[in-house]
Design a protein around this ligand. Sequence first.
Ligand code: OAD
Length: 256
Amino acid sequence: MKIPGDLLDTIVNSKNVAALTGAGVSAESGVPTFRGEEGLWRNFRAEGFTTPEELATPEAFRRDPKLVWEWYDWRRTLIAPLKPNPGHLSLAKFEKRLKKKEEGRFTLVTQNVDGLHRLAGSADPVEMHGNIWFTRCVDEGTVRENRDAPLPQLPPLCPDCGAMVRPHIVWFGESLEPSVLERAYKAAQEAEVFFIIGTSAVVQPSASLAGIAKDAGAMVVEINLESTPVTSLVDLSLKGPSGVILPELLKMIESA
Ligand code: OAD
């Protein structure tokens, strides 16, 4: 892998770095991505639903909560035994390295709900779309961690009030939590270097973060197997699997 010297210098010397990750970063752990040949949105079919994306909506949950929970329970059971890959681990190491610098800051923003960044050691990831290991009571809004996979009862019920709980996930047509959005925008606006890794960059508002970072003066680096709608604006495009590129990049940073 070749990186022009001046760009590598910027990465090595910057004190404020942010990264946005998507499903591609977990692909090498065995988590299915959403789009593409083997993607979840192409391959999941449910009776009564025209497109699989419709399942990830509040309307679907109102109509058939058990079916929606079956889909999440299937995904939870699939993800439960999976481990962070070298891509996740390198991001966590990069974060630790940066935080040792005086005023060093690293913000990891992820669209992934699988929780693998936390398992890898990332301290406080901004989980834009929520986390599949948390449930939320539909009546009281209480958020709880729940690692059972498979769940013993579908739909699961709130242990306090007996109402149904839902996955603590942002569905299509729902707004992102304002505090989450604020952290993500701030990270993009203030970063000296902004990485966009393993995302098709088509889902808003996440997809806009690279442009926001660029407009605010950041150097933007994309890591992906293929080109995306943001490739034309980035300063550096590293093509390949993030589980290979990120450890190589970390090695280059450490030996610079
Ligand atoms: P996508 O499935 O849309 O895109 C995955 C991206 O990862 C593609 O651009 C692939 O080329 C790339 N990719 C695959 N394997 C890779 C690897 N090993 N290394 C690097 N890149 C790789 O997933 P997202 O962009 O994350 O939202 O999707 C965004 C959102 O759309 C998801 O969070 C989800 C979905 O609807 C919700 O469910 C709310």
